[in-house]
Design a protein around this ligand. Structure first.
Ligand SMILES: Nc1ncnc2c1ncn2[C@@H]1O[C@H](COP(=O)(O)O)[C@@H](OP(=O)(O)O)[C@H]1O
Ligand SMILES: CCc1ccc(OS(=O)(=O)O)cc1
Length: 285
């Protein structure tokens, strides 16, 4: 992996709207407010699903908001210029999205009471999802083959760096009361309970019919059909015509793509890097 990335503190970022100057300013000067809610993920972990769900919780299941405003305006990315400028102007409690590793995150967060949801996903599925997405994106270097991308992934030479470092870094916050760890897998296996968990964490109460509407409007099919959430607005400019954010939306697709050798290498690496963390954090293992 060589070109088409912006480097900051040893981490490669997409070339679209990211710069070392903005990243430094975000880290040093962005003011996180106590009433903000932060949605943090490694790319391709289900970020947009989480954002859509939280927006729907905020609107009590009413789909008007998610169907009328692009997802990156509802919960802007703090780390790119577009999102950073939007956030600085936003009044009141904000939803803020980020893929930043902990060591480059805005320093003000660590002295605030702002709530953060960290969404994790089986890294094998993150890998497969990323392979197809980055191949269709115009703002990163495209991996030539799954084999090449496998090398990038296990070395952490890819957008936002190493999944292992990202996850280990943020997991160090797991005992804080303003930090919730959620997994893509628990959302897939029991979305009702996952929404209830998010509501409890955010101090939100939904009536049964409001909860039903959150579930309906955050489903894979509903999001795939929602042009404000499915990234179709980026087609042509930032995504190739065949690019999809909502590809399959399942758990375990990695089994259709990994060779036996790759699966073994990955298992070994996961053990090496994550063995000292409680295994309950990783419900797919
Ligand atoms: N409502 C939904 N239900 C299930 N999966 C969803 C979803 N919305 C997005 N996803 C999945 O989340 C992944 C994208 O993650 P991110 O938002 O972090 O970029 C894609 O995974 P796949 O490529 O495995 O299908 C996409 O299909
Ligand atoms: C809108 C710009 C943007 C930001 C982040 C992206 O990556 S991901 O889909 O969250 O993995 C893509 C596009």
């Amino acid at each position: 992996m060589t070109g088409k990335f912006v480097w900051f503190e040893g981490i490669p970022f997409p070339s679209l709207d990211y710069s070392p100057e903005i990243l430094r300013e975000v880290q040093e000067s962005f003011l996180v407010k106590d009433e903000d809610v932060l949605l943090l993920t490694f790319p391709k972990s289900g970020t947009n699903w989480l954002i859509e769900t939280v927006c729907l919780i905020y609107s009590k299941g009413d789909p008007k908001w998610v169907q009328s405003e692009p997802i990156w305006d509802r919960s802007p990315w703090v780390e790119n210029k577009y999102g950073y400028e939007l956030l600085k102007e936003k009044e009141g409690p904000r939803l803020i999205s980020s893929h930043l590793p902990i060591q480059v995150f805005p320093k003000s967060f660590f002295n605030s009471k702002a709530k953060m949801i960290y969404l994790i996903r089986n890294p094998r599925d993150v890998f497969v999802s990323g392979y197809f997405f980055w191949r269709s994106a115009k703002f990163v270097e495209k991996p030539e083959s799954l084999e090449e991308y496998f090398e990038w992934f296990i070395r952490g030479n890819m957008p936002f760096g190493s999944w292992f470092d990202h996850t280990r870094g943020w997991m160090s916050m797991r005992d804080k009361e303003n930090f919730l760890i959620l997994s893509y897998e628990e959302m897939k296996w029991d979305m009702r309970s996952a929404v209830e968990k998010i509501c409890q964490f955010l101090g939100k109460k939904l009536e049964p019919e409001e909860l039903d509407s959150v579930l309906r409007n955050s489903s894979f099919q509903a999001m795939k059909e929602n042009n404000m959430s499915n990234y179709s607005l980026l087609k042509g400019l930032h995504l190739e015509e065949n690019g999809h954010l909502l590809r399959k939306g399942v758990t375990g697709d990695w089994k259709n793509h990994f060779t036996v050798a790759q699966a073994e290498i990955f298992d070994k690496l996961f053990q090496e890097k994550m063995a000292d963390l409680p295994q309950e954090l990783f419900p797919w293992e």
